[in-house]
Design a protein around this ligand. Structure first.
Ligand SMILES: CC(C)(COP(=O)(O)OP(=O)(O)OC[C@H]1O[C@@H](n2cnc3c(N)ncnc32)[C@H](O)[C@@H]1OP(=O)(O)O)[C@@H](O)C(=O)NCCC(=O)NCCS
Length: 313
C-alpha cells in the first residue's frame, strides 16, 4: 500500500531516505536522461518554506525496525514549482527499486487527475500542472494514455557527428560581434525572444570563451541567428558535442528560403563546432516543425531523445 502527503519538512529518517532515493535515481536515469530532482534543491526549498510544494509518497510497512515493528519507506516524490499563471511545473521521481509495481497508477486511481475541483488536485492550490517527461519514459506514456493526459508539445533532441561536415560549411555563416548588436536585437524582437535568450546571445556575441553567436543574412538583413555553446557535452557513439542553445529565423523567411537559412545555420554551426575540436553538434526542435526536421535529416542529424510536455488541468 501507499500513503502520501504534502510535506513542508521531513524528519531525519525520511529526509535521508528521500535524498538517497534521488541520488540513486539520478545515477540510474542519467543515461536515458529521464527527469531528476536535485536533492540539494529539495533541502533548500524545504528550509526556505517557500511556495514550492512536495508530495511525498511512502510504501507502508516496508522496513522492519529493531523492535520488530514495520515502518513506512519513502518511495517517491512529486515536486510542484508554482508559475505566475497559477499553474505549476511538476516532476515526479519514483525510487528505481520500486518502479513498475504500480505506485503512480495507484496514486492516480485514488486521486484522479482533476485540477478543476475547488483548491485544485489534492488541494494543491494549482490550477493545472505542466510536466515534461524528459526522455519520454515508457511508463509516463502508459500513464498518459490510461488517464487521457493531453500531450501538448514534443521536442526532439537531434545530434550530428562532425564527420558529416562539408568542406565549405564554415563559409555559410558569419560570426557575430558587438558590431551586429542592433541587427541581432531587431531580429530577436521580431522573433519575440525572451530576455534570457537575448542576454545569452549578447554574451555569445561578445568575447565569451565558450559561446559564439552565428548569423546568416539575405544580403540586406540578418535573417537567422544561432547561439552556440562550445562547452563539451558527451554523447554516446559520437563523443564531445557542442550544443545550440537558441536558433531563430526571421518570421518573414518562409518555405524554401527558410530551408536554406536553416541549412546554412545548422551546417555552419556544425563546422564551427568541428573547428573547436568537437566531435558533434546537438540541437533541439519541435517534432512538428517538418521543415526543420527535413533539413536536419538531409544534413545527417540523428534522433537522440524525445521530451513530451503534458498539461493537466
Ligand atoms: C515514470 C515513473 C514516474 C512511473 O512510475 P511507476 O510507479 O514506476 O509507474 P507504474 O508502476 O504505475 O506504471 C505505470 C504504467 O507504465 C507501465 N510501465 C512501468 N514501467 C515500465 C517500463 N519500464 N517500460 C514500459 N512500461 C512500463 C506499467 O505497466 C503501467 O502501464 P499499464 O497501466 O498500461 O499497465 C517512474 O518510472 C520514474 O520515476 N521515472 C523516472 C523519472 C521520470 O521519467 N519521470 C516522468 C516525468 S515527470
Amino acid at each position: 500500500m501507499i500513503r502520501y502527503e504534502w510535506c513542508t519538512h521531513l524528519t531525519g529518517g525520511d529526509a535521508q531516505q528521500l535524498r538517497d532515493l534521488l541520488v540513486r535515481a539520478a545515477a540510474y536515469d542519467a543515461e536515458p536522461e529521464y527527469n531528476r530532482i536535485d536533492p540539494d534543491e529539495v533541502d533548500r526549498d524545504l528550509a526556505a518554506g517557500g511556495e514550492v510544494r512536495y508530495l511525498v509518497i511512502w510504501l507502508t510497512e516496508r522496513q522492519e525496525m529493531p523492535d520488530g515493528s514495520m515502518a513506512d519507506q519513502v518511495a517517491g516524490v512529486i515536486r510542484f514549482v508554482p508559475r505566475s499563471d497559477g499553474w505549476a511545473d511538476g516532476t515526479i521521481v519514483i525510487d528505481p527499486d520500486f518502479r513498475s509495481i504500480g505506485i503512480v497508477t495507484l496514486l492516480l486511481e485514488r486521486e484522479g487527475t482533476d485540477f478543476s475541483a475547488d483548491g485544485g488536485w489534492l488541494a494543491s492550490g494549482f490550477a493545472g500542472v505542466r510536466g515534461w517527461a524528459r526522455g519520454n519514459h515508457p511508463a509516463s506514456g502508459r500513464i498518459g494514455d490510461r488517464n487521457l493526459l493531453p500531450r501538448t508539445r514534443r521536442i526532439w533532441k537531434l545530434v550530428r557527428p562532425s564527420s558529416e561536415c562539408g568542406a565549405d560549411d564554415g563559409g555559410r555563416i558569419n560570426e557575430l560581434t558587438g558590431a551586429d548588436d542592433s541587427a541581432v536585437a531587431a531580429l530577436l524582437t521580431a522573433l519575440e525572444a525572451s530576455d534570457n535568450e537575448r542576454d545569452r546571445l549578447a554574451i555569445a556575441a561578445s568575447d565569451a570563451p565558450t559561446r559564439v553567436a552565428l548569423g546568416v543574412s539575405n544580403g540586406a538583413d540578418l535573417v537567422g541567428v544561432v547561439d552556440l555553446d562550445l562547452t563539451p557535452v558527451h554523447i554516446d557513439d559520437i563523443g564531445k558535442c557542442a550544443g545550440i542553445d537558441y536558433l531563430g529565423t526571421a518570421p518573414g523567411i518562409v518555405g524554401p528560403n527558410r530551408g536554406t537559412a536553416l541549412t546554412d545555420l545548422l551546417a555552419g554551426a556544425g563546422a564551427r563546432a568541428a573547428n573547436a575540436g568537437l566531435d558533434g553538434l546537438i540541437v533541439y526542435t519541435s517534432s512538428a516543425d517538418e521543415e526543420f526536421v527535413a533539413v536536419g535529416r538531409h544534413l545527417g542529424f540523428q534522433h537522440d531523445r524525445t521530451d513530451v510536455l503534458y498539461e493537466i488541468h
